[in-house]
Design a protein around this ligand. Sequence first.
Ligand code: IVH
Length: 668
Amino acid sequence: MNKVQAQERINKLRELINDYRYHYHVLDESTMSEAAADSLKHELEQLEQQFPDMISADSPTQRVAGAPLPGFTSVKHSQRMLSLNDVFDESEVAAWLDRLKKLEPVNELFVDIKMDGLACALVYDDGMLQRGITRGDGFVGEDITANVRTIESVPLRLRGNSEFTQGRTEVRGEIVMYKEDFEALNKEREAAGSPLFANPRNTAAGTMRQLDPQLVAQRKLYFRGYDLLRANPKDVPSNEFAYRTMNDLGFGVNMKYELVPADATSVMKVAEHWEEKRHTLPFNTDGLVIKVNDRSTFARLGVVGKAPRAAAAFKYPAEQSTTKVKDIFISIGRTGAATPVAMLEPVVVAGSTVQMATLHNETEVKRKDIRVGDTVIVHKAGDIIPEVVEALVSLRDGSEKQFVMPTSCPDCQTKLVKLKAEDAVWRCPNEECPSRTWKRAQHYASKAALDIEGLGEKNVIALIGSGLIKDAADIYTLQREEVIKLDRFADISASKLVEAIQAKKNPPLSRFLYGLGIRHVGTQTAIDVANHFRSLDSIGRATMDELSEVEGVGGVVAESIVEWFAEPVNQKLLEKFKQNGVTPQEVQQVGGPLQGKKFAITGGLESMSRDQAAERIRALGGTFQSSVGKDTEILVVGANVGASKLAKAAKLGTNQITETDLIKLLEQ
Ligand code: IVH
């Protein structure tokens, strides 16, 4: 990049980041995610490092934001409200701890979930709520007492009678909106035609800055404490003591905090636990807060800049980032769907490198106006396929190219068609299209289908490319001697693959059915259909009407199954499976102890995942439903379930049981 281009890019990045910050901090609106903005800021920082003479005083990299709003009275904090420095991985935790230990002996850490809301200080005098104050710039905040009083989880008077109900006690914490309440609120707004809120954090922050407390009272918000302050710091010897005391005084606090030895490995154990479980929490969280437990050590370690040395925020890998679209190509799926896929400059999102992201279909590319050369926001959460959220249009320089949907399959050149005129998806109708063939074989071997170890995407492509197999049924004829000849295989891996394949000659019917890759037949439908008809032959003979009798199978699914079995190519495939010795197990009459019982689960379970619970319920003859409905008989209530969900289930008359009850049922 030359100097002129760099200056141009820098200007555009600054404008976009400033715009984001203004919306975020002043208007409580979000124009993009924090992670995406961080990613742009990172690019700006790097450019400024490369061209230091382009750094200007008004660059977003050079300032600390947060102007107070007019309309509220400003109040000085008794003690500065600090923020936290971030650490992102084990080595950064270790480095932070090493720095601390050089200054003070540290042996115990207090670890809590970092809530994504709005910081607030509550001041009590002789046990009575005097004031609620926002963080503001840390020294001076806004007086939001009238609004805070409307939050039911904020005690107006402290409970009990102790030294803390005498004199001045300050409780600091986070005001959050639960995910479930946020979704309900947005649904209401959608129905009323009002603009939707971006996320729970901004909604909570925006609500607290309303000048009309009536409006605040209508929104469901929660206050959860994380800090307790007294004029005499000796009153609060440790952070653990602070949490217990806040709890006694009537505050909601996370009593699942953990005390761990002061080493990075122990911290990472907690981090891994919550990173996996965080989606079961009622509010959003993007990490942990780690603090030295002993408060006199905490105080002696002091403050650097805006943050205490003795605390850190551990952040989970960002789920969004920005990068550039290098190209857009078409990927043909096993059902023939032609999906535009963006090829990206590699970027790390949620802990792994992303080079490709789905653009879903032609209509989506047009709606989002994503062009080759665009800087885009990429999103990835957990195991889901990375997705392009939006193009940052203001960063365009005119060289970007609009995407044109091809009219024929890039692989077999067959003309692409739409099944129905109103469909968004173009398809390659050629059943023998090479892309479709290898994707079908790969699907058959995948985890949720036959689960054949060693038969991933690359090996399937190699086997098809070498002509050893043409479809999924051919894998059963593979011989060790011929597999070894391929570059990708050695003696042992070839033997292992052949063994793994041979071990899957009698798959459960539902897995085999799912593995056939029939459109609209997902894992659950495959189980329901298999349980109903019990043999492959019966499924193949079933009419539309018979199929529609299966619960959860509607007209579209029934039609797709009937069409699949009627197709001569597919009949040949089934015949080949038979000849190669593949016989799916017929489903025995189950009649288990949960026969006929319909279960649903709300909230998170401690001892097993939702999928595991579903599988165990089904194994005993029960039915698992993904959401509560009129016919649900038993609702398993896990952790952190919002009141509205429980009320809905109670209204329907659904029997509610706990996780412990469920385990008893499963173990009977
Ligand atoms: S303790 C010295 N604990 O995160 C600051 N903060 O990024 C001690 N936050 O300012 C803060 N959950 O507003 C603490 N469990 C938690 C928290 C938490 C959210 C917020 C808080 C803080 C910010 C720092």
